[in-house]
Design a protein around this ligand. Structure first.
Ligand SMILES: [Zn+2]
Length: 268
């Protein structure tokens, strides 16, 4: 894996695909993004770009290691004291409220800076487009019999925010009903790894004159993290599209971002 160093905040973002255009940390556009580089190097490849512009894995790890070491020396004393205090606090709280509350401290919240829509970008799927603070990259998904799947994702549960678009093409049907599509999308989500106590409500909405269903719900991830989600289901012919935004259960910034992303959805 190669990394791109941000010219604004000097943080590194993983070059997961050629679509990485914006910094994962501050959301600013990379001056050295692949699309712009490609214009100047029309005969070159993504692999050549990674070597010329990217920071190799080994160098990235060396930078992180050095940074951690420096930080540790400076903060060693304070951190040790804090750890002891937190450990005592957590074990006391944990004894009363169980592991849920303790785990709550570990799940990150969405940084407030992400609300600044100036740094947002358009993501265009085959049927639906939206505005998003995170770059969405293709996710590899296995097709099922008579079904073609395509998925794009930005962020992760570990980062406090997931934005995902799933396109499901039913090859044997040239029409599928919206209600059924909505139930299937919810079923699929509820069966995801580590998901329990899945619950949701749904309402009908209209996007550019077309019926759609908006689901709002919650679940517990890995027995300990409350997650909230919004899911928009749109159907066109035999294709079902699901736009999903998930964030930590009690995260106000996450809620606002989810609302904005859902509100930005348009049909192509
Ligand atoms: Zn940055």
């Amino acid at each position: 894996m190669y990394y791109l160093k941000c010219g604004y905040c000097a943080e590194h973002s993983a070059l997961k695909s050629e679509y990485i255009t914006f910094c994962d940390h501050c959301g600013k556009k990379f001056s050295s993004n692949y699309a712009d580089w490609k214009l100047q190097h029309p005969n070159s490849t993504f692999a050549a770009y990674e070597i010329e512009v990217g920071v190799p894995e080994a160098r990235y790890e060396a930078i992180m290691k050095k940074r951690n070491r420096q930080g540790f020396d400076l903060r060693k004393k304070a951190a040790l004291i804090t750890t002891v205090v937190v450990l005592i606090a957590c074990s006391t709280v944990g004894a009363y409220y169980g592991p849920t509350l303790v785990k709550l401290f570990q799940e990150p919240v969405v940084p407030v800076a992400m609300l600044n829509t100036e740094n947002w970008r358009t993501f265009r799927g085959n049927i639906l487009q939206l505005q998003t603070p995170l770059s969405l990259s293709p996710v590899s998904v296995k097709d099922e019999p008579n079904i073609r799947l395509k998925a794009f994702k930005g962020g992760s549960t570990g980062e406090g925010l997931v934005i995902r678009m799933d396109e499901v093409v039913y090859l044997a049907n040239n029409y599928i009903g919206l209600e059924l599509a909505s139930k299937e999308a919810a079923n699929q989500l509820s069966r995801g790894e580590g998901i329990s106590q899945f619950t949701y409500v749904e309402k009908n909405v209209v996007i550019m004159g077309q019926q759609a269903i908006l689901q709002h719900g919650s679940y517990i991830y890995k027995q300990s993290s409350p997650i909230e989600f919004n899911s928009l289901i749109v159907v066109k012919g035999g294709t079902r599209v699901q736009l999903l935004v998930a964030h930590r259960g009690n995260d106000e910034t996450g809620k606002k971002i989810a609302e904005k992303v859902m509100g930005s959805a348009r049909l192509n």
